[in-house]
Design a protein around this ligand. Structure first.
Ligand code: URA
Length: 271
C-alpha cells in the first residue's frame, strides 16, 4: 500500500532530483514530518529471491505486486491509481498487448472488457480461441488521467508513461515466453518495437523484438468500431491468419475466406 509518507518522500525526492535545494515548511508541516520521523519505518515485505520465482505463475504474481507500486510509474502524476493487471493463461503461446485500461476496464478491473474488448472477443472467437487460452495485457497497467472530471473519457498514454510502464511488460514477456505477441494499435507497437511507426506502416509483416520474439501489429479494435469497412476488417483478419499460422492453429477454408470480396455469380454461370 502506498502511504502518505511514501507520496511525500517521492515528491521531495523529485524536487531534489530537479536541483531544488530546500523547501519552506510551515509549523504544521514540520509537526507532521516530526511525527513521521518518530514512527518506525513501515516494514518492507522481503523480496523473493529469483530462485524462488521458478514458475510463470510465481513470476506473474510477483510482477503483479511490483506493478502496484512500481516507482517510475508512481513518480508520474498523470496515471490514475487503480491498477488493471493482465489476465489469462500464463502458459499461453499468444500474448496480446493493448495500450492502457479505459473507463470500463478500470471499473471492472480487467483489460479489454469495454466495447473494444467485445470487438476483440469476436475476433478471438473467429480464430477459434477463448480469452482464457491467451494472455491479455496492456502496455500501461493504469488508466491515463485527464484530470478531476474525467468521467468516461480516455486517452492514450504519453511517451514518458509508456517508458515508465514498459519494464513490467517486458518482464511479463520474459516470464511467459510466448510463441508470439500481437500488438493492438500503434501505442503498443511503439512501446514494444520502438519508433513512431503507424499501424498501416507496420502491419502485414512479422517484426522481431530483440531479433527473437515474433511480434505482429494490427489495428486496435476501437479502430474497427470507427471503421467497419471490409478493407479494414480484412486487414485485421489477415494479421490474425498470420498469428494462427505462427501458433500452428488449424485454419479452415471458411476462415481463409473471411472478408474477401465475393465474386458476383450470375444465373447459369459456372461456379
Ligand atoms: N484499450 C486498450 O488498449 N486496452 C484495454 O484494456 C481497453 C481498451
Amino acid at each position: 500500500m502506498v502511504t502518505l509518507r511514501d507520496i511525500a518522500c517521492e515528491g521531495l525526492q523529485r524536487l531534489q532530483d530537479q536541483g531544488v535545494p530546500s523547501v519552506p515548511l510551515d509549523a504544521e508541516a514540520r509537526g507532521v514530518l516530526h511525527n513521521w520521523s518518530a514512527q518506525p519505518a513501515p516494514a518492507v515485505p522481503p523480496r523473493p529471491s529469483p530462485l524462488d520465482l521458478d514458475t510463470p505463475e510465481k513470476k506473474i504474481d510477483y510482477l503483479r505486486q511490483r506493478a502496484l507500486d512500481w516507482p517510475p510509474v508512481r513518480r508520474l502524476t498523470t496515471l490514475r491509481d487503480t491498477m488493471v493487471f493482465s489476465v489469462g493463461d500464463v502458459h499461453a503461446k499468444l500474448v496480446v498487448v493493448g495500450e492502457a485500461p479505459g473507463y470500463d476496464e478500470e471499473r471492472l478491473g480487467e483489460p479489454f472488457v469495454g466495447k473494444s474488448g467485445q470487438k476483440f472477443n469476436q475476433i478471438l472467437a473467429a480464430m477459434g480461441l477463448r480469452r482464457d487460452q491467451i494472455y491479455i495485457t496492456n502496455l500501461c497497467k493504469f488508466r491515463p488521467s485527464i484530470g478531476p472530471n474525467q468521467g468516461t473519457a480516455n486517452r492514450s498514454p504519453k511517451p514518458e508513461e509508456v517508458a515508465a510502464c514498459l519494464p513490467i511488460l517486458l518482464a511479463e514477456l520474459r516470464a511467459i515466453r510466448p510463441v508470439c505477441v500481437l500488438c493492438l494499435g500503434a501505442t503498443a507497437a511503439q512501446g514494444l518495437l520502438g519508433g513512431m511507426g503507424s499501424v498501416s506502416a507496420r502491419r502485414g509483416v512479422w517484426h522481431y523484438r530483440e531479433g527473437k520474439l515474433p511480434v505482429r501489429v494490427t489495428y486496435h479494435p476501437s479502430y474497427l468500431l470507427r471503421n467497419e469497412s471490409i478493407a479494414a476488417r480484412r486487414a485485421v483478419w489477415e494479421d490474425m491468419l498470420a498469428v494462427m499460422e505462427m501458433l500452428g492453429l488449424p485454419i479452415s477454408e471458411k476462415q481463409r475466406g473471411y472478408f474477401l470480396p465475393r465474386r458476383a455469380v450470375y444465373p447459369g454461370q459456372a461456379h
